[in-house]
Design a protein around this ligand. Structure first.
Ligand code: NAD
Length: 360
């Protein structure tokens, strides 16, 4: 099969880590007989320098015409004095909006042999942790009606509104179900239904949608406060977590922290179609850019998620994860995940070894 992928390298370490992901995709192509046609396009600071805007028209056109999109990271001190829509990050917000991406998926996986990077006690994480947060991305309180001013009694006030429609809940539930079907067929749906009307609708719609469309999936409800506690108390009990925009924002950072390193975590944003935007969760790390010190694994895992979730290539996704695990088992570490007795290597060596393990 042939797949068209637009790669948005971005700024800082972006080009180095994307080169890593492309190298690994080529290895997957060779091993499994696929052709990945890669088109590089500018976004963020580089696009501002070259085209005068963080999201040039040609970049958007290429993304919308491809089967999926891989992003490095944007931003850096050079563009820090720009404001609002002129900033590199504005390119990211614009591309998510233009691609109609309403779900964010963030797996937080603690890899075998990397347990020392978790701040949790080893007995809590030794069995492995893999929490995938499916977060609604374009609704809820971040996009609801806002008000500020003074009330009738002259008191200053501000308010934000949490509002969800049935359709918004159903479409994100669908994404969570499709993912759960490829995993353990179990979803924990997180809300605050003991207090919030919007959460009561969330809970009812999730159950109705799942029992009608994916009856084989088991849904467990959990209150947000309990979930925040359980993630640090018993992280191994989680698999797919489905939740709203604000709860997902908080829980995904908490879950990421449980696994320790920012250089190991990927994320994807999806919409109605199979075309998604896949990226590492970290930024452009200007402090280590160009030094061959960046950990490329987060971006390589993002490319792996693309194979599974956009192209339904589950064996190829598994091959990438196994190749990453092998490199870790062999004791190789980039500086950010280095520990005593391990072999410290740079970005290029790391992705070279992962690609080699896939082709073997
Ligand atoms: P950052 O994630 O870039 O870096 C934080 C720390 O983590 C740094 O010490 C960095 O060296 C390290 N780090 C990050 N990724 C790493 C990797 N792959 N391997 C090894 N070490 C890694 O966050 P920041 O310093 O707050 O932001 C730097 C720039 O990135 C800013 O301009 C910010 O706006 C931008 N940013 C972009 C995105 C994005 O593109 N999605 C996300 C966050 C921040």
């Amino acid at each position: 099969m042939t797949y068209n992928i637009t790669v948005l390298d971005g700024d800082g370490i972006g080009p180095e880590i994307c080169e890593g992901a492309v190298t690994v995709l080529r290895a997957v192509g060779k091993k499994f007989g696929h052709e990945f046609i890669i088109t590089h396009m500018p976004i963020g600071g580089r696009a501002i320098d070259e085209e005068g805007t963080p999201l040039p028209e040609k970049t958007l056109k290429s993304c919308l015409a491809s089967d999926s999109v891989l992003l490095g990271a944007v931003g850096g001190p050079k563009w820090d004095n720009l404001s609002g829509d002129a900033r590199p990050e504005a390119g990211l917000l614009a591309i998510r909006k233009e691609m109609g991406l309403f779900t964010n998926i963030r797996p937080a996986k603690l890899w075998k042999n990397l347990a020392e990077t978790s701040p949790l006690k080893s007995e809590l994480v030794k069995g492995g942790v893999e929490i995938t947060i499916v977060r609604e991305l374009t609704g809820g309180i971040y996009f609801g009606r806002r008000e500020k001013g003074f009330d009738e009694e002259g008191r200053e006030f501000a308010s934000d509104t949490e509002k969800y429609t049935r359709e918004e809940i159903e479409r994100v539930a669908k994404v969570a179900c499709e993912l759960a079907m490829k995993k353990k067929k179990k979803i924990i749906s997180v809300d605050k239904a003991n207090v919030l009307e919007s959460s009561r609708l969330w809970r009812r719609v999730v159950h109705e949608y799942v029992s009608e469309n994916f009856p084989e999936i088991d849904v467990e409800d959990m209150f947000i406060d309990n979930c925040a506690m359980q993630i640090v108390k018993n992280p191994a009990r989680f698999d797919v977590v489905l939740t709203s925009n604000i709860f997902g924002d908080i829980l995904s950072d908490e879950a990421a922290e449980v696994t320790g390193s920012i250089g190991m975590l990927a994320s994807s944003s999806l919409g109605e179609t199979k075309r998604g935007l896949y990226e590492p969760i970290h930024g452009s790390a200007p402090d280590i850019a160009g030094k061959d010190e960046a950990n490329p694994i987060a971006t390589i895992l993002a490319a792996g998620m693309m194979l599974r979730d956009s192209f339904s290539l589950t064996a190829e996704h598994a091959a990438i994860e196994a190749a990453v695990q092998k490199v870790l088992d062999d004791g190789y570490r980039t500086a950010d995940i280095m520990s005593e007795g391990m072999k410290k290597i740079g970005c290029k060596k790391m992705y070279g070894l992962i690609a080699h393990n896939i082709e073997r």
